[in-house]
Design a protein around this ligand. Sequence first.
Ligand code: FES
Length: 299
Amino acid sequence: EVAAEIPVIVAKTHLSVGIEEFTVRAPVVAASAQAGQFVRVLPTPDGELIPLTLADWDAAAGTITLVVQAMGTSTLGLNQMQVGQALAGVAGPLGRPSELHHYGADDTVVFTAGGLGLPPVYPIMREHLRLGNHVTLISGFRSADLMFWDGEDERVGRIQAEFGELLDVIYATNDGSYGIQGFVTSPLEEMLKANQEGKGRRIAEVVTIGPPMMMRAVSDLTKGYGVPTVASLNSIMVDATGMCGACMVPVTEDGKLVRKHACIDGPEIDSHAIDWDKFLPRFGLFRSQEQASRVRHGF
Ligand code: FES
C-alpha cells in the first residue's frame, strides 16, 4: 500500500521541442484535484521545487499528468527522467481551484492559450464543458511544428469528439503554418467586435494562460469591451511556497494597490485588476532567460 504512494513515472510522451508529458502515480492528488490547481514537484532529493499545473488526472488510476518545458537545470533534469523512475516528492493539490459559473450554451467562455498555456487550460475548459457551458478555445503557437495535443486521439481532439458543438477550437500560429496567421488576440477581437454588433455568442468571460506579454494583450483588449477576464499566473511561480517573492503581482483592490502572491492567492487573478505596467518589467528581471525560452517555444 505504501508503495502505491511513491510518485513513479508510469508514462512519458515527447510533445514538442523541450516539452515532455509525464503520467505520474499520485493517488492522493488525483483523488482531490480540481481544475486550475497545481502541484509542487521535487524531482530528486537534492533538487529544486518545481510548481507544475495539473494538465490532467485520473482518480481511478491514481495518476496525474504534468507537462514540463525544459527551461533551466531543474526542468531539464526532470525531462530526462524515464518511465519507472520515481520523483522524490509530489505535493498537492495546491492553489485555488478555478471559479466556475454556469452560463449555458448560448454564451461562450473563451480560453486564450499561448504555447505551454494549453495544458493548464485543458482541465478548466473541460470543467466548463461538463457544466454545459459553450467553450471557445483559441490556441496559439509560434508555428505548426511546435503544436501538440491537436491530433484526433490526443486531448484536444478527444474533447472535441466528446463535446461536439459545445466546443469551438481556433488555432493561430505566428507564421501562419497552421490555422489563422497571427496572435490569439486576432480571433478574440473579431468575436468581441461581433458581440458589440449583437452578433455571435455572447462572451461571458475570458480565461488567458500563457506568457505574460500575451496575457497583457488579451487583458487590455477585453478591458475595452468590459468582458471579465482571468489570467492564470502559473508560469511566473518559482518555488510556490509563498517565500521567494517571484510570483508577486501588483493588483488594485478597492482603489488601493496591493501585492498578491500567484502561488497563494492564485494562480488565477482578475487580469483587469493587475497593474501590468508595474508587473511586466519586474517579471523580466526575475525570469528574462526563461521568458526568452518561452518566446522561442510559445508566444
Ligand atoms: Fe515563490 Fe510564490 S512562487 S512566493
